[in-house]
Design a protein around this ligand. Structure first.
Ligand code: NAI
Ligand code: MG
Length: 370
């Protein structure tokens, strides 16, 4: 392999993860073969199967593949079928812990609505018209990681479960800076979402965002919104947003909500990025926003477009191929325009296609458009 080979670790994981990732891998292979994309793909195990074989949710080979990779393409993890993995092994090999260990602090979740989906989307066409925004979710801190945490037994025999929502100035500033820069490259508007009327971590969040705006980004139009209002606004008028920045738990919840503005959770891709090195390269993990979907796993009916569009983000953000990213996004639009629909985005009364057939449709569109 040449020195300019980029290495991609492909980790399907559990539930529908391997099903959707298989289609995204075919797309990556298409770019490698047809567009001379210099990528070397290493598949790696993660989850229940890995645990059964090696006693670890993330075996050493997988850790090595992750460490040697320029980008990771991840599927999903979790599900009731994994009850046989002891909680300790689960925690040790959790996606949360992996994100933290790679310091993936900036999670980008673009939301666009393809006009071809207006007929099947849960929201009205006039609401969906012109939707094009990005949620930047802080991914390495906040209440999912804060200490102390636990479940304790109390003297009266009752129990108490507790977590800590914690953010430092630096954690807030680095993700806010990322979001301001993204807004500068788009329509110049940033909406910061918090709960500063109630929570101290949010009070600091808002103060830091305001200070950073004054110091470094006075050209950006900054607004603030409480998270409960933001949930409502995403459903009422999602086209008002350009870039939204928020903390870990709010971003988790709001992006599933925002999925309704894209037609289906199965449509949403994401990129999780770490700090830039001296050459501007960032550790990067690409994955669909959805989880392992145990309710439909193993049936070959999941929508692979969130995973396939994550490859488009990889082409743009890690592989240095913005034109190929655009080509892939156009191919997804073309496949939808030609009527390829998995069950989650199928028009009422029309037969849906399988996960693999959706992959076929995107590849056919790539052949057509290339
Ligand atoms: P989920 O995202 O797996 O599923 C929510 C709903 O959306 C389900 O009805 C599912 O069938 C549907 N759905 C999701 N992806 C779809 C797709 N590609 N095509 C068609 N329909 C799709 O969330 P849920 O059910 O709350 O969690 C299931 C498991 O996934 C849990 O163990 C959870 O911890 C885990 N999870 C993992 C994530 C990850 O690996 N990044 C993210 C979210 C949840
Ligand atoms: Mg979520």
């Amino acid at each position: 392999s040449g020195t300019n080979m980029m290495r991609v670790a492909v980790i399907g994981g559990e539930g529908i993860g391997p099903e959707v990732t298989a289609q995204a891998s075919r797309v990556l292979a298409w770019f490698s073969e047809r567009r001379r994309l210099p990528v070397e793909v290493a598949e790696a195990e993660f989850g229940l199967e890995a645990y059964r074989r090696t006693g670890k949710v993330i075996p050493p080979e997988t850790r090595a593949a992750i460490e040697g990779a320029d980008a990771i393409l991840f599927g999903a993890t979790g599900g009731p079928e994994t009850a046989e993995v002891p909680p300790e092994a689960r925690r040790e090999g959790s996606l949360l812990k992996l994100r933290r260990s790679l310091d993936l602090y900036a999670n980008l979740r673009p939301i666009v609505t393809d006009p071809a989906l207006y007929d099947s989307a849960p929201l009205k066409e006039r609401v969906l018209n012109g939707v094009d925004f990005v949620i930047v979710r802080e991914l390495s801190s906040g209440i999912y990681f804060g200490e102390p945490r636990g479940i304790e037994s109390r003297p009266d025999g009752s129990r108490r479960g507790f977590n800590t929502n914690s953010y430092t100035s630096e954690e807030i500033r680095r993700v806010a800076r990322f979001a301001f820069e993204l807004a500068r490259s788009r329509r110049g508007r940033l909406c910061s979402v918090d709960k500063a009327n109630v929570m101290e971590a949010s009070v600091l969040w808002r103060e830091e965002v305001i200070a950073l705006h004054a110091d470094e980004f006075p050209d950006i139009k900054l607004s603030h919104m409480y998270v409960d209002n933001a949930a409502m606004q995403i459903v009422r008028a999602p086209s008002q947003f350009d870039v939204m920045v928020t903390d870990n738990i709010f971003g988790d919840i709001l992006s599933d909500c925002a999925a309704m503005a894209a037609g289906s959770l199965g449509m949403l891709p994401s990129a999780s990025l770490g700090p830039a090195d001296a050459q501007g390269r960032r550790t990067a993990l690409y994955e669909p926003v959805h989880g392992s979907a145990p309710d439909i796993a193993g049936r070959g009916i999941a929508n692979p477009l969130g995973s396939i569009l994550s490859v488009a983000m990889m082409l743009r953000l890690t592989l240095g191929r913005p034109d190929d990213a655009i080509l892939l996004e156009r191919a997804v639009g073309d496949a939808l325009a030609h009527g390829a629909r998995t069950a989650d985005i199928a028009e009422p009364g029309r037969a849906p296609v399988s996960t693999a057939a959706m992959g076929d449709a995107v590849l056919a569109s790539l052949d057509r458009l290339a």
